[in-house]
Design a protein around this ligand. Structure first.
Ligand code: EPZ
Length: 418
């Protein structure tokens, strides 16, 4: 088992560059399956979830190789259309491969998708969307088998906004017959990046930033290259690291347009930031203000993925804060370990009430999921003494060598494997 040890108590300082976006890369890798040819993704993050997706594509018959942080995918001769449990259970995002397999082969099967334990994570929206495009879906023992000799476009309005189901629909409709009109789509930046990628390989996708997306099916796609944008959640996490340690950091490639609500909260906490020559200069030295009410929302609202990191920061605020988690049912798991470190947090259903304390104390804690694990690292950076965070592999799902970035910013972190 992997652990990360953090020796806390020092303000961070220095310059850091943000890795490629996990949540942009994963659906783009799934979309590459549509094309019988070469796709090259530059600035691709070498994180566990991308390596899981790489294993799945290789299982399907793709030839995959890395040249630095450029991922070369050759999907010319795929030979398999089913994704067994040992792969699918590794992460949630695997479900959208079904639409890619249907688009290319007219059939596909996938075992129940896995992913972080932050809620029930149903796939009903994915299934009803594929059925609306003419697919027949059978579910046996959790395995989804899908058949669609000819996927066709059509109207589909999502009953609720879903990032993954929107991405899934865009991929499934890319090679379908006719035109697909999607309504009540998610508007996260990753949707826009996926549309840009699909259009770059010859698809026809319009309206990604509007919530209403039109996809005109095409007959074939072509080789393409894509430059993955910086990860907005990693950038927000590092700004939280500056806030919780009262430090000052510079982010070289900040996706500031993708963090409108987070930067508003950062300012409410007393965080300051300026854009200087394309870099974000952040000053967390006064970021000790509480936030009386913070709600997670779909984009452009406050991202649920930054809820746990901000909870860690608010644990040391000078006053009381309230967070309401509206997206996932079980995304306060990190609270019990923050409390072990001295935080004063009370959970009541969707609400977390944080009474800021003066100190956190380093101790052994355990990551239970990706962003909660990141929050524990942040708490460790501010805590007195040493914090050991077990299950570090869960953090490696989304953060590429976070221990090196912490050291680059003057923090003290080391990873060990038992
Ligand atoms: C994506 O997950 C992200 N993952 C998540 O990031 C992110 O938290 C989430 O979007 C919300 O922004 C990737 O992009 C790989 P949803 P996804 O479908 O697509 C419900 C991280 O930390 N729902 O938008 O699974 C669902 O239960 C990860 O990087 C249904 O009810 O999220 C949730 O309550 C965690 N039925 C809500 O919708 C469905 O069929 C939003 O989920 C699908 C979803």
């Amino acid at each position: 088992m992997k652990s990360i040890r953090i020796w806390g108590g020092r303000p961070l300082g220095g310059t850091v560059s943000i890795q490629g976006s996990k949540n942009a890369t994963l659906p783009i890798m799934a979309a590459a399956v549509l094309h019988k040819g070469i796709t090259v993704l530059h600035n691709c993050p070498k994180i566990a979830d991308v390596l899981f997706m790489e294993k799945i594509l290789t299982h399907l018959g793709a030839k995959v190789c890395w040249k630095g942080n450029s991922l070369h995918l050759d999907c010319s001769s795929l030979k398999c259309t089913n994704i067994p449990d040992k792969y699918a259970c590794q992460m949630r995002c695997s479900i959208i491969l079904l639409g890619a397999l249907l688009g290319r082969f007219g059939k596909g099967a996938i075992a129940p998708p896995g992913g972080c334990v932050i809620g029930k994570r149903p796939v009903d929206l994915h299934v009803s969307m594929l059925e609306a495009f003419g697919a027949r879906i059978e579910e046996k023992g959790g395995v989804l088998k899908a058949y669609a000799p000819e996927l066709k476009g059509g109207e589909f309005c999502f009953p609720k906004q879903s990032v993954g189901a929107t991405e899934h629909a865009m991929i499934a409709a890319a090679l379908a017959k006719g035109v697909a009109h999607l309504k009540n789509c998610a508007r996260e930046p990753e949707i826009i990046w996926l549309a840009e990628f699909l259009n770059g390989m010859g698809a026809s996708v319009e309206g990604a930033q509007t919530g209403e997306i039109t996809i005109r099916g095409v007959n074939a796609l072509h080789d393409s290259e894509f430059y993955t944008p910086p990860d907005r959640i990693v950038a927000g996490t590092y700004l939280c690291a500056a806030a919780i340690t009262r430090g000052k950091i510079v982010i070289e490639n900040p996706p500031v347009k993708e963090l409108p609500a987070f930067l508003g909260v950062y300012g409410k906490m007393g965080g300051q930031y300026d854009m200087v020559g394309g870099k974000l200069v952040a000053d967390g030295s006064k970021a000790y203000g509480p936030v009386s009410r913070l709600e997670t929302e779909v984009f452009p609202g406050f991202s649920t993925d930054l809820q746990s990191p901000v909870m860690a920061v608010l644990s040391l605020a000078h006053g009381k804060s309230h967070i309401r988690e509206n997206i996932f049912e079980d995304r306060f798991r990190v609270a019990e370990d923050l409390i072990r470190m001295g935080a004063r947090i009370r959970i009541n259903g969707k609400d977390a009430y944080i009474d800021g304390t003066k100190k956190l104390y380093g101790c052994p804690v355990t990551a239970q999921e990706l962003r909660g694990g990141a929050a524990l690292i942040l708490a460790g950076l501010a805590a007195q003494g040493q914090t050991r965070i077990d299950n570090f592999h869960l953090v490696e799902r989304g953060y590429e060598r976070i221990q090196e970035d912490i050291r680059r910013l003057g923090g003290n972190a080391s990873v060990e494997e038992e």
